[in-house]
Design a protein around this ligand. Structure first.
Ligand code: BT5
Length: 270
């Protein structure tokens, strides 16, 4: 696999500012870490940090993101959105929608979103998003949205235990895909949606409409591991929280956690 062709990306790019400031690393520890560092140096809104390999790619809750070199998209975008800290998940929504659209645009494949931060193809994880915030007092100083998208990955390149849980765009399409074309389409989609957000439009309705999770009976493990619950994934709100309807009718709001689809509601009356 060839390294990412940054010249080609720049030639394809049609954005005004998203991705125009671009830091490419053949290898870094984590693009999220680098983007946060750049935020401290006043890097412009929409700065892109992209790597061909990461030595410490992060998922949520201290989990790892794995990717063989020169195969996938490993990147972080730095934003200074006009949002409060509790609204920062809207940047996750913006990027998730743009990622889904870019896959559709370049390959014709329809992807789904899974609450809170996964991109799925054929029901299997093809990408994940890790959003991190920087605070200035009680205000949002910046948001870093990190995206790992499996583009040309063959499942066998992952450790055995991950293989059933992961897929890639190429795997689903049956042929390799241009990472450069996908990246340029993604950045274009981000800019359009980010501009709308800045104009006061929320991406929530569109995001909710694409969430495969809604309407499903799910098990939720809360982020801190404090509790586990099962229920109907009823809705999401403007802050990206999931509203779960428990079997006893109680509604619970979940800000962060992991969701597993359950085949059916236990003791459901037919
Ligand atoms: C995520 O976390 O899905 C967010 C992943 C974000 C990664 C990007 S890469 C660029 C940027 N820089 C970083 O350092 N991170 C971001 P989470 O929902 O916690 O899922 C992590 C779990 O996904 C792991 O524990 C594995 O089970 C699984 N996993 C790891 N690598 C994978 C891959 N390539 N494809 C599918 N699943 C994977």
């Amino acid at each position: 696999m060839e390294p990412l062709d940054i010249r080609q990306v720049e030639a394809l790019l049609t954005t005004a500012y998203v991705g125009r400031s671009l830091a490419y690393h053949p290898l870094t520890d984590s693009t999220n870490r680098v983007a946060k560092e750049l935020a401290g140096h006043g890097a412009p809104d929409g700065t892109l940090v992209i790597a061909d390999a990461q030595s410490a790619g992060r998922g949520r809750l201290g989990r790892q993101w794995l990717s063989p070199p020169n195969t996938n998209l490993l990147m972080s975008l730095l934003f200074y959105p006009p949002l409060r800290p509790d609204q920062a998940q809207r940047m996750t929504m913006v990027c998730a929608l743009a990622a889904a659209d870019s896959v559709a645009q370049v390959t014709g494949l329809a992807s789904q979103l899974k609450w809170p931060n996964d991109l799925l193809l054929g029901g299997t994880k093809v990408g994940g998003i890790l959003t991190e915030l920087g605070l200035r007092g009680s205000e949002l100083a910046y948001t870093v949205v990190g995206i790992g998208l499996n583009v040309n990955l063959a499942r066998e390149q992952l450790p055995e235990e991950l293989r059933p849980l992961a897929t890639s765009v190429a795997q689903e399409l049956g042929r390799p895909v241009s990472r450069e074309a996908l990246l340029a389409a993604f950045l274009q989609g981000v800019e359009v949606r980010y501009d709308r957000l800045k104009a006061g439009e929320s991406p929530m309705q569109e995001w909710a409409a694409r969430l495969a999770t809604l309407g499903q009976w799910v098990q939720v493990n809360e982020a801190q591991g404090a509790w586990q619950a099962e229920g109907l994934a009823e809705s999401v709100d403007e802050d990206g929280a999931l509203w779960l309807r428990l079997a006893d009718g109680e509604r619970r709001r979940i800000l962060a956690g992991d969701v597993t689809l359950r085949k059916s509601q236990p003791n459901a009356t037919k």
